[in-house]
Design a protein around this ligand. Structure first.
Ligand SMILES: [Zn+2]
Length: 71
């Protein structure tokens, strides 16, 4: 059963179940691939649905601890 999206930090977040994950995505949190068959999250800015991003669940949860662009 697909889960309903929820809102977090102004983004719409939805869980992608392993059986729904049929493509490979790049996680913006760790820059690693999310391979097909891996459950993860899809994060959608409500004002720009085309800019949705696929995140590993732990990377999304820890996103505020990361400083993008920091060596
Ligand atoms: Zn990640």
């Amino acid at each position: 059963m697909p889960s309903d999206p929820w809102e977090e930090d102004g983004f719409q977040v939805r869980r992608v179940q392993p059986f729904e994950a049929v493509k490979t995505y790049q996680c913006p949190g760790c820059s690693q691939e999310i391979t097909a068959g891996i459950g993860h999250l899809v994060v959608v800015p409500p004002e720009a649905p085309d800019l949705r991003r696929h995140w590993h669940k732990p990377c999304w949860e820890h996103r505020n601890r990361r400083r993008p662009g920091r060596a």
